[in-house]
Design a binder for this molecule. Structure first.
Ligand SMILES: [Zn+2]
Length: 105
C-alpha cells in the first residue's frame, strides 16, 4: 500500500512535529530513536488536535508498546509514525478498524 495515500490526511500533524521528527535519520526506527520522554512530549503537543487517539498512543508508551500495532503486534513503519506519531495500528489494521467503526479519518 502506498503511504502517500494517507499522507495528505495527516499533513497538519506532520507540520506540527516535523521539526522534531525530521531530525531523525530515515533508516532509524522512530520508536527506538525517541526516548519515552520525547515521545510523550510530541504526543502531548498533539492532544488538542486528536485527543482520543493521542491518549491511546500515550497509553502505549507507558506499556512500552509504542510503535507496535495494537491489533497484529507488528512494528508500525517509521514512515507512518513520522506522519502520524499518534498511530497505534499499522496501515493495514487501521484501515480495517476504520471500516469496522465507520471512520474516515
Ligand atoms: Zn497491524
Amino acid at each position: 500500500m502506498a503511504f502517500g495515500e494517507e499522507a495528505g490526511l495527516h499533513r497538519p500533524l506532520a507540520d506540527c512535529v516535523g521539526g522534531v521528527i525530521a531530525s531523525i535519520p530515515e533508516d532509524v526506527d522512530l520508536a527506538q530513536a525517541l526516548s519515552d520522554r520525547e515521545t510523550t512530549d510530541i504526543l502531548v503537543h498533539l492532544l488538542d488536535q486528536n485527543r482520543e487517539q493521542v491518549e491511546r498512543a500515550l497509553a502505549r508508551v507507558h506499556e512500552g508498546a509504542y510503535g507496535l500495532c495494537e491489533d497484529c503486534g507488528h512494528r508500525i513503519p517509521a514512515e507512518r509514525l513520522r506522519y502520524q506519531p499518534a498511530a497505534t495500528r499499522c496501515v493495514e489494521c487501521q484501515g480495517r478498524w476504520d471500516r469496522v467503526n465507520g471512520r474516515t479519518a
